[in-house]
Design a protein around this ligand. Structure first.
Ligand code: SF4
Length: 465
């Protein structure tokens, strides 16, 4: 029997971490889920599973035990499309009854061309259609006495942190990105609904909320920052409301607009309930040279970003900045690339990811002139990573001897894997505790003194708060 959990964790991290507490009752229909792609897609998978479970379906962790398998696809890059097609092929081979959803569902012919046997194809966020397709393939068989939806739904991430999606879609038109074509324009959730979901998550034991969307700083623009039931749909107000709940609140996908300055004073303030907006901003800069940014058609592409960063650090010296960059964008010259390296030295970002530019079917950047040769992209990527690694190592070395709060992610017989508030799960580094960790459990927030620092990770020992 092939388990979906056998898949490489980097390919299907959600399933590897799925927590489905109940055993299957006799005759209960079961659905499997393979979820590819970004944290935003993971939230969609969670919603689909939550709904199915509420309707009485069991969730199967293996292909053999599933009456049908949903594959939630990613179509962001051509490599992700290939990965999605491969996952659909695997599910067909192992189970045979497959429903496809997610970003790649926007191109149904692409999927049915390769895999004509799939039962249905629906696009991203088409929850109703996915559920309909499941009903058709595997009729529900509810049992009102046992099919109670857990308080906060099924989450595929570990219990102590949860992604909180605040909006869908995007109003920008970055040339390398097809998300606005696939997901449409920005649609924000009402703030009271987001806060209510967050409250339920915290009540059920979540200690860290990861706020996500395509552009969190634009949250509420489409609904004119409407205030309803005491909650205003603006990122500053939302962060303030979430910060009161007793969990760490981490903000992802923020652009350096001037109003972001108002978020900074909220950071690091411990609320009465013991939570806070973390001094952490995830800002996808993608490049630093103004001409490259213009060719990318990036939002907030101003040369004043370094001034803005300095201003943030003036308000909150502890603020941690993470970002991602693209090297080898069409037309990128050696001079523009070196500008980026110098900028990186000045910005001293704490956490940095880097991608080599790749064409994506349908992206407008494909038609730009002067594409960069693969070996040049590779060479620039290596130089970029070397520079970023040196900055990271220097920044982590400064933490030696410091006392920091960490959240425990995992404990095994070797030690505890934790994160400081400077580290987002899955994308940043870790802090490891090798001794005296036996009493710890996932979700605990404890104090440590840092006694060793590497290029990306820290080691520490437990101390009294
Ligand atoms: S901001 Fe740009 S890269 Fe991000 S989703 Fe919108 S269009 Fe795509």
């Amino acid at each position: 029997m092939r388990a979906m959990t056998d898949n490489p964790p980097d390919l299907r991290p959600d399933i590897a971490r799925a927590r489905i507490p109940e055993t299957r009752r006799a005759g209960q229909p079961a659905i499997g889920m393979v979820s590819l792609g970004c944290p935003k897609a993971l939230v969609d998978s969670e919603r689909i599973l939550t709904r199915l479970r509420a309707e009485g379906y069991a969730i199967s962790p293996d292909y053999a035990g599933a009456d049908a398998v949903i594959v939630n696809t990613c179509g962001f890059l051509d490599s992700a499309k290939a990965e999605s097609l491969a996952a659909i092929g695997e599910a067909l081979a192992e189970n045979g009854r497959v429903i496809v959803t997610g970003c790649l569902g926007a191109e149904p012919e692409f999927i049915t061309g390769a895999h004509p046997q799939v039962l249905a194809v629906t696009g991203a966020h088409q929850y109703e259609q996915v559920i309909d397709a499941v009903h058709q393939a595997v009729p529900p068989s509810p049992d009102p006495f046992v099919d109670l939806l857990p308080e906060s739904g099924v989450r595929l991430t570990p219990r102590h942190y949860a992604y909180l999606k605040i909006s869908e879609g995007c109003n920008h038109k970055c040339r390398f990105c097809i998300i606005p074509d696939m997901r449409g324009r920005l649609v924000s959730r009402p703030a009271h609904a987001v806060v209510r979901e967050a409250e339920r998550l915290v009540e059920s034991g979540v200690r860290e909320l990861l706020v996500i969307s395509q552009d969190s700083s634009a949250y509420g623009v489409d609904i004119r920052h409407a205030e309803e039931r005491g909650h205003r749909a603006h990122i500053t107000d939302l962060a303030r409301d979430l910060g009161k709940l007793g969990a760490w609140v981490r903000l992802h996908y923020i652009y350096p607009y001037p109003h972001v300055r108002e978020l900074i004073p909220l950071m690091g303030q411990l609320s009465e309930a013991g939570g806070m907006v973390l001094p952490y901003l995830d800002i996808p800069f993608q490049h630093a040279h103004p001409d490259v940014l213009r060719r990318m058609a990036r939002p907030a592409a101003s040369a004043k970003v370094l001034d803005e960063i300095a201003r943030w650090r003036g308000i909150c010296p502890d603020i941690v900045l993470r970002s991602t960059f693209i090297v080898g964008y069409p037309g990128e010259t050696e001079e523009e690339f070196e500008f980026l390296l110098d900028w990186l030295d000045e910005a001293q970002l704490d956490r940095v990811g880097c991608f080599k530019y790749e064409n994506v079917a349908g992206a407008r950047s494909n038609d730009l002139p002067d594409h960069v040769a693969e070996e040049v992209k590779q060479e620039r990527w290596e130089r970029f990573m070397e520079r970023a690694q040196a900055i990271s190592a220097r920044k982590l070395a400064q933490k030696l001897g410091q006392r920091l709060q960490v959240i425990v992610d995992e404990v095994d017989d070797q030690g505890a894997t934790c994160r400081t508030w400077a580290d987002a799960p899955e994308i940043d580094g870790n802090l490891f505790i090798d001794e005296g960790f036996e009493g710890l459990k996932p979700g605990d927030i404890v104090s440590v003194e840092v006694d060793e620092a590497g290029e990306y990770d820290l080691w520490g020992r437990l101390v009294q708060a």
